[in-house]
Design a protein around this ligand. Sequence first.
Ligand code: 13P
Length: 252
Amino acid sequence: MRPFVVAANWKMHKSPREAVDFLKGFLPKVSDRPKNREIIFFVPAVDLWVTQEVLRNSGVGWGAQNCHFEMKGAFTGETSPQVLAEMATPFCLVGHSERRALFHETDEETGKKVKALHQSRITPMLCVGETLSERESGKTNDVIVRQLKAGLRDRDPSQKVMIAYEPVWAIGTGKVATPEQANEAHVTLRKALIDIGGPEFATHTPILYGGSVKPENSAEIARQKEVDGFLVGGASLEIASFLPLCQTRKET
Ligand code: 13P
């Protein structure tokens, strides 16, 4: 059975001190959570060290929000996957729409990053999603399948990946995909995962939904058959709004 994964993407929020305060306050509150529930915090790179100190052996995971696809070199300001591995980082986001739109990350680069992360024994969470104009011109499925295939092109089939479907028009806008829109995209992605790695791979790969997930809409989204969790931006910044998301039941 796939786990239900609730992941926080803190983006460029929280200093190391704020991260520690948050996580120390959060951990005792999730000791009692639904079974088969995975919780992950994608924190700013500068918070990774203190985050792993607090979360190590807690049953709650953590990860980086980005990395370079080379292990070392003249890439000022970038983070090496090898260094992430040395810091015992279990997960890393790849291809978040903000990386694609604001930092011009290409499909090809996402593929190289997934490969480099697998070489470093880190599980990538590959983000895919269409813009509003792509949705309105009927290109949603083409775009997300293209992003998925490019991102997973050079993965190591013996290692895990996670996928996050994040429609760009729903990120930070308060607009949330309808549960049906989300499920339809997830069905498309699941089928594409079968093409890429076969039914076993597709069955075991969680596909999270991201885009304005909040306590008020999480139950309805979680009810969709193909939704295996949430990737949460704004609502992950406060314990009061993130905790109920971590406790959301997956009713099947
Ligand atoms: P919001 O939850 O703020 O819409 O952000 C979603 C997101 O980008 C998570 O990666």
